[in-house]
Design a protein around this ligand. Structure first.
Ligand SMILES: [Ca+2]
Ligand SMILES: [Ca+2]
Length: 185
């Protein structure tokens, strides 16, 4: 059995295309992180040069440097879809999460939790993901599945648990599949 199923691949490519390849040129490179920084700064109304801005910039730099180190096998300065899937396949097989993943989770959760109460509600979820180009209805559908229709909120612990499901689960009914705003795969 392949280490990564087609279902997992679809999810991993959603993460690649929607959240990492911001300029939509088919690969992940430095420029995508510059775009992500601007996008987040505008969503959170963080002004350039502020402490908060530097904090987000530092997180994104960390993620890019570590992602590049582990995934850019041919050293051409960008991470192709093939390199991305290869990295995940190895991570899943060895049960070793790449070093940048935790930092990225922290970053994404903080981007979503605009009110800063340690929980993400539907409004915050939709606001963040529409910024990444996902339609509102799609986001709402995903949130419903993610919270099992309870209309609840996502705590940081839930977020981390669901993130693991997003990466690992082969069960279409697992709520974590819908953590990143897509309601069907
Ligand atoms: Ca790109
Ligand atoms: Ca490469």
């Amino acid at each position: 059995m392949a280490a990564v199923s087609d279902f997992q691949k679809k999810k991993l490519l959603h993460l690649f295309n929607t959240f990492f390849d911001c300029n939509k040129n088919g690969t992940i490179e430095r420029k995508d992180f510059d775009m992500a920084l601007e996008r987040v700064a505008s969503l959170r109304q963080v002004s350039q040069g502020s402490g908060k801005y530097r904090e987000v910039e530092e997180s994104l730099n960390y993620v890019w440097e570590h992602l590049k180190k582990v995934a850019d096998r041919d050293n051409d300065g960008n991470v192709s879809q093939q390199e991305w899937l290869k990295m995940w396949e190895e991570a899943i097989t060895s049960q070793q999460e790449p070093q940048w993943v935790k930092r990225y989770q922290d970053f994404l959760f903080e981007v979503e939790d605009v009110s800063g109460d340690g929980k993400v509600d539907e409004k915050e979820f939709v606001a963040a993901y529409t910024q990444f180009g996902i339609g509102q209805d799609e986001c709402r559908g995903a949130f419903k599945k993610l919270t099992n229709g309870t209309g609840g909120e996502i705590s940081k612990a839930d977020f981390e648990k669901r993130f693991r499901e997003f990466i690992l689960s082969n069960e279409p009914s697992a709520p974590g599949n819908y953590l990143l705003g897509k309601s069907t795969f």
